[in-house]
Design a protein. Structure first.
Length: 201
């Protein structure tokens, strides 16, 4: 009688099943890595806008007070860049743990406890905040696009709808970063705790 349990076909099927299960486990990690890379690229690009903020503001001040010339379009461009600098780099700051923490206990926690705190914060605070902000700002931005809203100032820029869209950029990048962080945090929590960390906990 042929032993099907140890047949080559059964071995191949087992190997294929293992590869399939490993791919199911690994694709969220690959996606999280790609999201982090995208947010890092966006953050670095927006960070360079600080140079334009300095130069643009200096030009506005010199033109107004030295030559008596109002540069409304340049002033509004500085405002656009200011919004993009902060909202476009928010997800990158979160990724790099550069956001402000107000607790005094976190720094003394073990890595596992830090992962638990971060997971709870993402699920209970960050995710609901992003959904609330996205829900409430969608109509605001959509109406601006529908009417092709422009500046209310004479000589201003005609792209007010682009400035308002930065809100959705903030929401989208933070939501993606939240999901990526949760995948990595769950992976960290699934990793067996070392004896040293277990003793520290």
């Amino acid at each position: 009688m042929v032993n099907f349990m140890h047949s080559p076909y059964n071995t191949q099927l087992t190997c294929l099943l293992e590869v399939f299960l490993m791919s199911l486990i690994s694709w969220p990690l690959r996606l999280a890595t790609q999201i982090q890379a995208g947010n890092a690229l966006l953050g670095r690009a927006c960070a360079w806008l600080t140079l334009f903020l300095v130069l643009g503001t200096a030009c506005v001040v010199v033109l107004r007070y030295a030559f008596g010339i109002g540069a409304t379009a340049l002033q509004e461009a500085v405002m656009y860049a200011h919004a993009l600098t902060f909202m476009g780099t928010a997800a990158w700051a979160l990724q790099r743990q550069a956001h402000v923490r107000v607790d005094i206990f976190y720094q003394n926690f073990s890595e596992r406890k830090k992962a638990l705190v971060d997971t709870s914060g993402h699920l209970l605070l960050l995710l609901p905040m992003c959904l609330f902000l996205g829900w409430n700002s969608w109509g605001y931005v959509a109406n601006s696009w529908a009417m092709q809203e422009t500046s209310g100032e004479a000589g201003g820029l005609g792209f007010m709808y682009l400035q308002k869209s930065i809100i959705l950029l903030l929401v989208g990048s933070l939501l993606l970063q939240c999901c990526a962080d949760l995948v990595l945090l769950v992976q960290q929590l699934r990793t067996p705790t070392s004896p040293v960390e277990a003793q520290h906990e």
